[in-house]
Design a protein around this ligand. Structure first.
Ligand code: FMN
Length: 363
């Protein structure tokens, strides 16, 4: 049964599975372990630089060590009583478009993962110019008899889901275009993406037992319940956890998110959000959704990138943060207060159960 499958894949989690997305600049061991202790599955972000001596990999080791101690500390109250030999009941996300992924993942990253044993690995954003990166990473993860995490691959199309599963993914994270942050530049919302991916898996890979998680625009229990109805076995929330008490997000981002409603008209998908920050390394296949700022309005009015960048930098240097990029999904209007991550997790799960039982009762 789908309802018990996630509980057996991730012991200690409760139905329905609420997942906090790995988010660069946001997630950390405290946030992830609080989600897990509340019966969800928390992710940290492991980075995108897999080169030997990568500072990101050193940070990953530190984060995994800290997560283990947060999960074993007696003062932390209820939750998994985790011991060094058990899988660590959190996940790690990696961004994989860098050439260092294929070159070095097996040599630099697998030993860290093997030592700390996070229960799930989440891969996102391979470069279209390096189609062999994803199979190389999945093969490396599957080659370790002593460590077998569930492998989740975040995708934005049915074709990408098919490819991920053909290479051995256990979970497909169907990321709809309502999502905050980076995503496929062209795609669909979870309403059509999740069921079409589910149908494809049932038809083309009926014996593989692959699970689907829904991501993008989900900010409360109703969104998770909708994802389940569409065929998902877990709901992923990113934007909602940016304002968790434990997140690393700066105050101006929290204020921007809490002050924004009507996310469909107040956020926009664009590569400008990266380009204005001088970040041109994401492949063109991807863009990102963020809150609309004066920078985006200037861009839409025809201001050149050069001139816009000058305005962006002058504002930042003058202490005006209104042009800063705040990644956000369309669900931002449902994000109304800062709460501890455990409380968000419980409220979202309870909200999902209420939505499901409410519908059932009205039949
Ligand atoms: C601030 C921010 C940072 C993100 N960073 C990552 C990341 O590092 N790796 C990743 O796979 N996805 C990342 N994402 C995308 C999430 O995995 C997820 O798809 C998204 O947050 C879901 O949509 P929602 O924000 O509407 O809940 C990020 C999203 C946000 C909002």
């Amino acid at each position: 049964m789908a309802s018990s499958r996630m509980k057996s894949w991730f012991p200690g989690t409760e139905y329905p599975l609420v997942i906090s997305a790995p988010m660069e600049g946001v997630t950390n061991p405290r946030l992830a372990t609080e989600v897990t202790k509340a019966g969800g599955l928390g992710f940290i972000q492991g980075g995108r630089d897999f080169a030997p001596a990568s500072a990101q990999l050193k940070r990953l080791e530190d984060q995994l060590t800290q997560a283990r101690s947060l999960l074993t500390a007696k003062s932390q109250g209820e939750g998994p009583n985790n011991d060094d030999n058990d899988p660590l009941p959190i996940g790690v996300g990696f961004v994989t478009f860098s050439a260092t992924a294929k070159q070095h993942f097996a040599e630099t990253t697998i030993p860290i993962l093997k030592k700390h044993k996070p229960a799930a690995i989440w891969l996102f954003a391979p470069s279209p110019d390096a189609p062999d990166t994803l199979p190389t990473l999945i093969d490396a993860l599957k080659s370790e008899a002593a460590y077998s995490p569930k492998i989740a691959v975040q995708i934005g199309s049915v074709a990408a889901a098919r490819e991920a599963v053909s290479h051995g993914a256990d979970i497909v994270v169907a990321q709809g275009t309502d999502a905050g942050g980076h995503q496929w530049a062209s795609g669909a919302s979870v309403v059509s993406l999740v069921p079409e991916v589910r149908d494809m898996l049932d038809t083309e890979f009926p014996d593989k037992g692959v699970a689907v998680w829904a991501a993008g625009g989900i900010a409360d229990g109703r969104g998770v319940a909708a994802g389940l109805v569409l065929g998902a076995e877990g709901g992923v929330l990113g934007t909602r956890y940016i304002v968790a008490t434990e997140s690393d997000a700066q105050d101006y981002k929290r204020e921007a998110l809490l002050g924004t409603s009507d996310g469909g008209s107040r956020t926009v998908k664009s590569q400008l959000h990266d380009h204005i920050q001088g970040n041109k390394n994401w492949p063109d296949l991807y863009d990102g959704r963020a809150i609309i700022t004066p920078t985006y309005q200037d861009h839409a009015a025809g201001v050149s990138l050069d001139e816009n960048t000058k305005r962006f930098e002058a504002a930042r240097e003058g202490g005006d943060l209104s042009r800063m990029v705040t990644w956000s999904g369309t669900g931002v209007g449902l994000v109304r207060e800062e709460l501890p991550a455990a409380e968000i997790t419980r409220r979202v799960r309870e909200g999902a159960l209420k939505a499901i039982t409410g519908l059932n009762a009205s039949i």
